[in-house]
Design a protein around this ligand. Structure first.
Ligand SMILES: C[S@@+](CC[C@H](N)C(=O)[O-])C[C@H]1O[C@@H](n2cnc3c(N)ncnc32)[C@H](O)[C@@H]1O
Length: 344
């Protein structure tokens, strides 16, 4: 029986992201465009095979998958629709007393007298009243394998509901963007590094980090927060608060002029093309201990084939690194992020 799911992607790479999941599943058809980098997709695969196959496929451009378990019509009137949505949510989900849960509603189209927030509150309050524990984005990053996630998507007069556990999803993006956007920040990019460290399960406690293309200093700020000593390389100025840290040295030069010393981690967010960035990282690999990690964002060009650019950069990186993971993070726009390990 065919299965429907919501696919999240960078809007410029929609065709490639669908092609990628089609390759992994054997079939994938777009049924509706939800806008903002989301589309409703149908595959001939069964629901039980969907996440398994996608998780094995090492997807590069698909950011997130949310399977649909039930779909039904809505009329746009809250007094009727909210009850109906809750009924359908309960028919496909198992959120028990004491379980942690998150409700995410998105809607597209006009003509209803309620908002997506109204839906989240209505359904969430029911679970809460039943003794389940809501995980709100304002109280911390919504992540972890133990969260029951209810996705509700309203598209004109159809509602799609999917239930999953956060560990099954290819990316537990949840409400991180909204949460991070509210928090104090040096640059929006810093949330990319936070997400990358969490997704790649990198925990650093102290040590030395080299930050290439560091300005205005968001990534450096995150690394300082992990107790690291940071060498930040960028001809541009750093945020004064970051620059004033006693644990940071700013080299106001381009990364082609290599710094001295040995590092436990190299991160690279330079605004240069993917191949040049990869070559530079290969040149600097001697500064890293064997097995130590590097994190690089590969900048991709609108209108060009992202697979080609990523593959070509990976071929260069293989000279000095094992490519451990490649991901389109929730915070990536026209780029993907790679976790590398220096070859022994
Ligand atoms: C996207 S910004 C980095 C943002 C940073 N990660 C943060 O969190 O604030 C890209 C930076 O790359 C720097 N850059 C571009 N080419 C460079 C090069 N060859 N060497 C060093 N920095 C470079 C730019 O000056 C720019 O500040």
């Amino acid at each position: 029986m065919p299965t429907k799911f919501i696919l999240y992607f960078t809007p410029d790479f929609e065709a490639y992201a669908i092609k990628e999941v089609e390759g992994a599943l054997g079939s994938a058809r777009k049924l509706a465009d939800f806008g903002g980098g989301t589309a409703l997709i149908e595959t001939d695969r069964e629901r039980k095979d969907l996440l398994f196959l996608l998780s094995k496929a090492r997807l590069i451009l698909a950011k997130h998958i949310s399977p649909i378990d039930v779909e039904f019509g809505v009329c746009g009137q809250g007094d009727k629709d909210l009850i109906s949505i809750l009924d359908h949510v309960l028919s496909v989900s198992y959120v028990l007393k004491g379980d942690r849960f998150s409700i995410q509603c998105r809607r597209r189209g006009t003509g209803s007298d309620y908002t997506s927030k109204d839906v989240e509150v209505f359904v969430g309050s029911w679970f809460e009243g039943n003794g389940s524990i809501p995980v709100f984005s304002s109280t911390g990053v919504v992540s972890g394998p133990e969260i029951k996630v209810v996705g509700i998507y309203l598209f004109n007069n159809v509602c799609y509901v999917g239930f999953s556990e956060s560990g099954e999803l290819i990316n537990e993006h949840n409400d991180e963007y909204r949460l991070y956007a509210k928090a104090g920040k040096v640059s929006r990019s810093q949330f990319k590094l936070i997400e990358a460290l969490r997704k790649f399960k990198i925990t650093m406690h102290g040590g030395r980090a080299l930050d290439l293309g560091a300005a205005p200093g968001g990534w450096s700020n995150v690394l300082l927060g992990l107790g690291m000593e940071v060498t930040a390389v960028d001809p541009a100025a750093l945020d004064p608060v970051v620059a004033a840290s006693p644990n940071l040295v700013h080299l106001a030069s381009i990364s082609e002029i290599p710094p001295d010393g040995k590092f436990d981690l190299i991160v690279d967010d330079m605004n240069i093309d993917a191949e040049s960035s990869a070559m530079m990282l290969v040149g600097l690999s001697r500064l890293l201990g064997n097995g130590s990690n590097a994190i690089i964002t590969l900048k991709l060009k609108k209108g060009s084939n992202p697979f080609k650019a990523v593959n070509s950069a990976i071929h260069i990186l293989w000279q000095s690194y094992d490519v451990v993971s490649v991901a389109s993070l929730f915070h990536n726009r026209l780029e993907v992020t790679l976790l590398l390990a220096k070859k022994g």
